[in-house]
Design a protein around this ligand. Structure first.
Ligand SMILES: [Ca+2]
Length: 518
């Protein structure tokens, strides 16, 4: 009798305790999901006006959350942009950039994201309840240092409990879903933590595999501890591919299929968060690492009304989709014109997570962003960002442009060869497919070209400051801010412009370098 009566009471008490704890943890620290696409342009969403790409799931996040019309990536190409996003710091500080295109990572480089940087994942380990952290998808911030299995620079060495994805871009050497390129198969492989699990990749099953991995992580941690998921899509970077179910679906062709594949995954993810009871306590950030790639023509994206694209510091190269969703956390449904940047993502996430900024492990570092939480929660657009803030646009170690309020000053602009498309297709007699950072590949402007983006989105109408006192004052401020910045800047040694070390090339089942995880 006592046992029969007592047991349920004890079980109930235990359940209450467990539920109570889980509930308190859930409420105390929100979950964070950071979604990043590759080379998706500002105009490549239905909600930003694309006429033939359907993105209902991402649009839903935009409509229920804050969509920024002036969200700036940390750089105009992959590696530096991702370093900026994850560390909140200019790539010239961390050295995660080079001099040519700022993006020449290859699998056998002995370098990567330095360990004295603090990633969002590492910082979230300092929360009251340390976050469970996982990454799926494209890393692009280094692999090995001493041998071809040490994984010194991989996500699992930078605060992520687990990682499943590719260390490189989905490059031309990988081929498309229907095209094998066996001559360079060694560059395209999937890894789980520090192990190569598929070499070469089977590209068109990657979206579903990333999704399965992400969902397993969410199910394992929902209601148990706060979680941070960094979901870095390989799409819509060319060569274009999509899950078999979405090939040939979009009127925009293969590029549209790739974007709609991402959109499908986003919808599935939000549905799962709902099933797991986590919608009210999850912050979702959606952005792209750089603007659409124009030189590849129909295989690249649309930057909407903006000039230029990937590889350039015209707005089309750096202004990207920027959406923050979190109705249960007070994030307002609004379209914000505030000028915010990828550098703000780390401080904003830490603000929601209740972690000090700068994070405890990085109090000696200079950061380039700030929390934009007040804007997300309804403050005026300029509450956080409009005051005296300037944003620096570097190409490699070259400061090409600066942004201050509506003003944009270009110190250097790329030598455009196709004026209609605003692209760099040729340099010194050679065919190229992106603008470059080298001085010889850029025009120098002294004084800089100055544009007012509020009225000249295409950056076409350079202002004569001699007849415009307001512009002259803005330019004076910009030049002063540049001098102050250059006085404090301690550039990091480049981690990108290094020579590959063949012995560091990841290879499963040596010497064949071929394996299949399934
Ligand atoms: Ca990219």
């Amino acid at each position: 009798m006592t046992n029969r009566a007592g047991l349920p009471v004890a079980v109930c008490a235990l359940l209450l305790l467990l539920c109570g704890c889980a509930h308190a943890q859930t409420l105390g620290a929100p979950n964070i999901v950071l979604l990043v696409t590759d080379d998706q342009g500002y105009g490549d969403l239905s909600v930003t006006g694309h006429p033939t790409i359907r993105t209902p799931n991402i649009d839903r996040l935009a409509n229920e959350g804050t969509r920024f019309t002036q969200f700036l990536a940390g750089n105009q190409v992959c590696t530096p942009s991702r370093a900026a996003l994850l560390t909140g710091r200019l790539p010239v500080r961390s050295g995660m950039t080079g001099t040519i295109r700022g993006n020449v990572y290859s699998p056998a480089l002995p370098t990567g994201l330095p360990h004295d940087e603090t990633t969002i994942a590492e910082a979230l380990k300092a929360a009251g309840t340390p976050y469970a952290t996982a990454m799926v998808g494209k890393w692009h911030l280094g692999i090995n240092r001493e041998n071809n299995t040490d994984g010194w620079y991989l996500p699992t060495s930078h605060g992520f409990d687990s990682w499943y994805g590719t260390p490189m871009s989905n490059g031309n050497y990988c081929g498309t879903a229907t095209e094998n390129k066996p001559e360079s198969w060694e560059k395209c492989f999937m890894m789980r933590d520090a192990n190569v699990v598929q070499q070469p990749v089977v590209i068109n099953t990657i979206p579903n595999r990333l999704q399965d991995e992400a969902f397993r992580f969410l199910r394992d941690n929902a209601g148990v501890r706060p979680f941070f998921l960094y979901y870095a899509f390989l799409q819509p970077h060319r060569p274009l591919f999509a899950s078999p179910e979405r090939v040939g679906v979009s009127r925009r062709g293969a590029y549209g299929d790739a974007v709609e594949d991402v959109d499908y995954a986003v919808g599935q993810l939000v549905d799962l968060l709902g099933e797991l009871g986590q919608l009210d306590n999850t912050l979702i950030v959606y952005t792209s690492d750089n603007g659409g790639w124009l030189e590849v023509e129909e295989e690249g994206g649309s930057n909407g009304p903006l000039r230029g694209g990937k590889g350039q510091d015209y707005e089309g190269g750096v202004r990207v989709p920027g959406i923050v969703w979190g109705p249960g956390l007070g994030v307002q449904a609004q379209v914000s014109q505030a000028i915010v940047s990828a550098f703000d993502v780390l401080p904003t996430i830490l603000d929601y997570a209740g972690v000090a900024f700068p994070p405890p492990s990085a109090t000696n570092l200079t950061f380039d962003g700030r929390s934009v939480r007040p804007i997300l929660e309804g403050a005026e657009d300029d509450a956080v960002t409009a005051d005296s803030r300037v944003i620096f646009h570097y190409c490699g170690y070259n400061l090409r442009a600066m942004r201050y309020g509506p003003w944009k000053a270009h110190f250097k602009t790329p030598r455009i060869t196709n004026e209609v498309e605003n692209t760099c297709t040729e340099f010194a007699g050679e065919s190229i497919n992106a603008c470059m950072c080298l001085d010889v590949a850029n025009y120098q402007h002294d004084p800089p070209l100055l544009y007012n983006l509020d009225v000249d989105l295409k950056e076409r109408l350079a202002i004569d400051t001699a007849t415009n006192p307001e512009a002259a004052a803005a330019l004076a401020y910009i030049l002063q801010a540049r001098a102050a910045h250059e006085a404090e800047l301690v550039p990091g040694a480049t981690q990108v412009d290094r020579l590959p070390v063949p012995e560091l090339q990841p290879c499963c089942n040596p010497p064949t370098c071929r394996c299949e995880e399934f």
